[in-house]
Ligand binder design. Structure first.
Ligand SMILES: Nc1ncnc2c1ncn2[C@@H]1O[C@H](COP(=O)(O)OP(=O)(O)OP(=O)(O)O)[C@@H](O)[C@H]1O
Length: 336
């Protein structure tokens, strides 16, 4: 079975506008706008308490929202929650599968719940176990699975009937690096088959690896949304390290850079004790080259130059520092 639930899916699978959600008298979501095009992966990135789980719970019809609008695969959440429910699957942070049943038994159970006949449920279970690299563990109880295997089975269980939109709430939380990478491969396979996915994560690397678009959620608001690459270009800076034969040369180079506006106060210049100057620049070698020329013209010898491109970590911390309150960049889809 391929993972395409609709013969002609709408081009936008998820459309969220000005979504608010109050819980226990507190406003948790404060006007969220999001969109996912068919076949896209959007990562919602946020620290503990940002509102990720609340967002997923609202979008998957588990808790009510206060105002705004949500459309999933053309179904309006307010007026047609059943249509939304039939279009989605949710894999939450806590596995919904039964530890005392085998892999096959769990998937057959979910298949039967979804209305498949006994033989169709068995066929689909076998297909999913193979797809998720669990064929050898089909007859083992889940209590004997590793954390990574359980998480894969949990995702497989959400795909017994392929949804138009899959929600993955912090899919790799608690997994070791090897299991995490295996899971990422599975998620990318799903995307390659045309599945649309919204995942929440606290891991910048996960968002970078998996998502076409990253939305940064802070305190119930989306403060930035764009491709990982654009976010890195807009908010990230290249880390340069320029080496000198001695500390005195590095100090002089530091003075030259300070005259050009780079300061330790802004955290974009560090003169180390070992003759190395660390510098943050926005536009790579275009910005660095004239600085190197100025240092060279002052008669200093440069022994080495290294540059590391910006990471999503840099973006995250830059956004956290900036106190950004409004969305940056288009809140919709598009390819990487
Ligand atoms: N039912 C509730 N009543 C009151 N406050 C709530 C309720 N549910 C969540 N909150 C609060 O809303 C905020 C967002 O919670 P949420 O679980 O959505 O965050 P999160 O980004 O998923 O965090 P984590 O990564 O820790 O799961 C938190 O401050 C939480 O304490």
């Amino acid at each position: 079975m391929t993972v395409s639930a609709h013969t002609s899916p709408p081009s936008t699978i998820l459309d969220v506008r000005d979504l608010h959600c109050d819980r226990g008298g507190t406003e948790i979501l404060k006007g969220v706008d999001l969109a996912i095009p068919a076949g896209g992966i959007l990562a919602v990135l946020g620290a503990n308490g940002a509102g990720k789980t609340t967002l997923i719970n609202v979008l998957s019809t588990l808790i009510p929202f206060s105002s705004g609008s949500v459309s999933v695969a053309g179904h309006d959440l307010g007026s047609d929650p059943t249509g939304v429910r039939n279009s989605i699957s949710l894999t939450g942070q806590f596995a919904a599968v039964d530890q005392e049943l085998t892999g096959t038994e769990n998937l057959v159970f979910f298949g039967r719940l979804a209305g498949l006949s006994r033989s169709a449920a068995h066929d689909r279970a076998a297909e999913l176990l193979t797809e998720f690299d669990l064929g050898d563990a089909a007859d083992k109880r889940l209590s004997d699975y590793s954390g990574g295997m359980r998480r894969r089975l949990d995702i497989a269980a959400s795909l017994v009937v392929p949804p138009a939109l899959l929600f993955l709430d912090e899919p790799s939380t608690g997994l070791d690096p090897e299991s995490r990478e295996a899971l990422w491969t599975q998620i990318l396979d799903l995307r390659n088959q045309g599945m649309s996915i919204l995942l929440t994560t606290q891991y910048l690397e996960e968002a970078d690896q998996l998502a076409d678009r990253v939305a940064v959620l802070r305190d119930g608001r989306i403060i930035a949304v764009d491709t990982p690459q654009n976010l890195k270009s807009a908010y990230g800076r290249h880390r340069c390290s320029v080496s000198f034969p001695d500390h005195a040369s590095a100090v002089t180079a530091g003075q030259i850079l300070t005259e050009r506006g780079y300061t330790s106060r802004k955290n974009d210049l560090v003169v180390g004790d070992t003759g190395v100057v660390e510098l943050l620049v926005r536009s790579g070698f275009t910005e660095l080259n004239p600085l190197l020329q100025a240092i060279d013209s002052a008669g200093l010898t440069i022994t080495d130059v290294g540059m590391t491109p910006p990471s999503l970590d840099d973006v995250y911390f830059a956004l956290a520092r900036s106190g950004a309150q409004t969305p940056q960049g288009p809140a919709g889809g598009g390819d990487r």
